[in-house]
Design a protein around this ligand. Structure first.
Ligand code: PLP
Length: 417
């Protein structure tokens, strides 16, 4: 292919100017040139079926024509105003209609920011300070969520460690960590500490599902102890179902955070709760003492809102989630069949809308045994898929609605190699 710059040239340029070669903590060996529908192409022109989809946002695939049209309609009207705008208001309405715990929402520009403000909001509302979270949970990169840096530090499955570089110990002291799926441990910590403001949890933690009754158990414990329950739905929102994990599992938290899909691929995230809780963003209502100040130059910008709004409109059409689950289930079955055929012991873990493989005999739903996922085997598997035209994150496989029969056939062949 006659290109001005090969992929390896781009990679060596990245090494000069981007620490860890940019997205190097994941995979610095690839530079993506473009995406269209279910596929991406690297700078050498190699084509892949994309199961990373930008780490989740591109549920409809890349460059969806209707989403592009909505964006192109907004662009000539201005990119951002730092003021209320109709697209942002419509997007807020669509989220409030869809997500059970949201009577009001607040826009920010990343999931990390949404989680940070959710934690601050819980503190403002309860007047308490500690946050309880779960081993292996990830809630973005803010200091508030610092314990969750731990999973990124350890190659194998995570144990939280209170020593993240650049973050003062005082922040860590405000955190309590319980094992995921262990209600007794949570109850013990709630009995022991009276200063817990909130429990924050991913309803599907990375790809590990909550055990039956775990989320409802958290709900009940929170209500009993006057603690707020925060669902981090950055990944699960508009993926597990239109109303996210709350709709799928029938448990309503007090606060939730949303990101990825709601921005249609642009930097936009949100947090939402009841009007009573959200009142803390309004100085006139709660007074200066209890006011939680939040500002962001690009928060709620109309281009991102237009993309998110159109994405959500498409997702509301009949049959979309049935189709997504069906595609995911087909992919899960395909992998099981191929690996069984060659006698490789493995478990598929997650939900048809988001899953991955554990190369282990251990039960992946048992959080602690899930640590036995062997990173070397996992890496080798991902590299094999990549060589055969399948692009995925190191720890997850996201199906998109852009997938078609040809993509599935190509994937089947890649798995069978
Ligand atoms: N929370 C969860 C569950 C996530 O998966 C992520 C990102 O992957 C975040 C928070 C942080 O979101 P962002 O990367 O937009 O800051």
């Amino acid at each position: 292919m006659n290109r001005l710059h090969s992929q390896s040239e781009w990679i060596s340029r990245a090494r000069e100017v981007l620490p860890a070669a940019g997205f190097g903590n994941f995979d610095a060996s690839i530079v993506i040139a473009r995406g269209e529908g279910s596929r991406v192409w690297d700078e050498d022109g190699n084509e892949y079926v994309d199961y990373l989809i930008g780490s989740g946002p591109m549920l409809l695939g890349h460059g969806h024509p209707e989403v592009m049209e909505a964006v192109l309609e907004q662009l000539p009207k201005g990119m951002t105003f730092f003021a209320n705008n109709a697209r942002g208001i419509e997007l807020a309405e669509a989220i409030v209609d869809a997500v059970p715990c949201c009577e009001q929402v607040r826009f920010v520009t990343s999931g990390s920011e949404a989680d940070m403000y959710a934690i601050r909001l819980a503190r403002a509302f309860t007047g308490k300070s500690r946050i309880l979270k779960f081993e292996g949970g990830y809630h973005g990169m803010s200091a508030e969520a610092q314990m969750s840096l731990a999973p990124m530090k350890q190659v194998n499955f995570p144990t939280a460690v209170p020593d993240s570089a650049g973050i003062p110990q005082g922040v860590a002291d405000e955190m309590l960590i319980a094992p995921f799926n262990d209600l007794d441990a949570v109850a013990g910590l709630l009995n022991e500490h009276s200063d817990i403001a909130a429990i924050i949890v991913e309803p599907l933690q990375r790809i590990i599902p909550a055990k039956p009754g775990f989320l409802q158990g958290l709900r009940d414990l929170c209500t009993k102890h006057g603690v707020l329950l925060i669902f981090d739905e950055i990944v699960t929102g508009f993926r597990l179902a239109y109303g996210g994990a709350q709709e799928r599992y029938g448990v309503t938290p007090d606060i939730c955070t949303l990101g990825k899909i709601i921005g249609g691929g642009f930097p936009l995230a949100a947090l939402g709760a009841s009007a009573e809780i959200m009142a803390h963003f309004d100085k006139a209502t709660v007074g200066a003492e209890k006011w939680l100040m939040q500002l962001g130059t690009l928060s709620g910008n109309p281009v991102a809102s237009a993309a998110g709004l159109k994405t959500m409109e498409i997702l509301r059409r009949p049959g979309q989630y049935e189709r997504l689950r069906q595609l995911g289930q087909t992919l899960m079955d395909m992998q099981t069949e191929a690996l069984n055929a060659v006698g490789v012991s493995h478990r598929i873990c997650g939900d048809p809308t988001l899953f991955d493989i554990y190369f282990t005999d251990a039960d992946p739903i048992d959080y602690r045994s899930a640590r036995h996922r062997d990173p070397a085997v996992n890496e080798a598997w991902n590299a094999t898929l990549r060589r055969n035209g399948v692009f995925k994150s190191p720890g997850k496989l996201y199906p998109s609605l852009a997938l078609d029969e040809e993509d599935l056939d190509l994937t089947r062949r890649a798995i069978e190699q």
